[in-house]
Design a protein around this ligand. Sequence first.
Ligand SMILES: C[S@@+](CC[C@H](N)C(=O)[O-])C[C@H]1O[C@@H](n2cnc3c(N)ncnc32)[C@H](O)[C@@H]1O
Length: 275
Amino acid sequence: MKPVRVSKHVLYEASVQDTEVDITLIDRMVARSTGGTAKTLREDFCGTAVLACAWVQSDPERESWGVDLHDPTLKWAEKHRLSELGEDADRVHLLAADVLTVQSPSVNVIAALNFSYMIFEQRDLLKRYFLNVFDHLTPGGVFVLDLFGGPNAQAVMKEKKKVPAGTDFSEAPYPDFTYEWDQADFNAVNQHITCHIHFKGKNIVPIRKAFTYDWRLWSITEITDLLMEVGFISVDPYFEGWCDESGTTDGELKIRKTYKDMLAWICYLGATKAS
Ligand SMILES: C[S@@+](CC[C@H](N)C(=O)[O-])C[C@H]1O[C@@H](n2cnc3c(N)ncnc32)[C@H](O)[C@@H]1O
């Protein structure tokens, strides 16, 4: 088979995004906060806005806003993702704006996933972002964000994952390929981390450094303290458990107050605004 040229956005979504898992978790967090369900969601750092799109598909009364400052990516989202929604697209609004200053309507949920807020490396800047989030949440609203850590997160290393062939959001097929997470540099003095994503495999035209991230590797306590400082009343950490038999995580996201002896972990935080 001749290698196929696949958009880096399609390969990215297939490698790291699972909107069903995200929406299930968001629904649980909102039920915990308000006892009800959320109607409105803002996806910050939305990129291809696939979560904002899946949100409106999950319920005919749901509406979403996607915020990103990169115009070409938003245009791609409009052409390849919103176009798939038919009339549902009327309930997705893309805002070309900086999340630090964006003025969206107030919503029930704001999501900042795949660590994107780590682009803010100074505490003051991150606080400005969290204040914008807080100000745009309705009472009882939930802010969901994720972070990663553990000793392996501070190592210069590469991790590969085989992604099986499948179909994307628009049902277009893509072949199997390899996703490579490349932790290229870590500075213990300021927690600065540089990571790249490469896409490889004999069935696709490879893309080296498809995405590069310069982030600060924030800790759960730093983020929790800052969220409480801007006014959230609680911050719950959700982790998957560990399965010794399979040597992998068990897929069960639960609030865990202790999480010990893990070389690498991903945590989702659900921060709640008072009702
Ligand atoms: C890692 S992608 C996130 C994609 C997707 N939301 C996800 O969960 O995987 C990060 C996106 O954040 C955007 N971005 C970076 N800084 C931003 C800012 N200050 N305001 C809005 N968007 C920003 C970039 O343009 C990029 O599309």
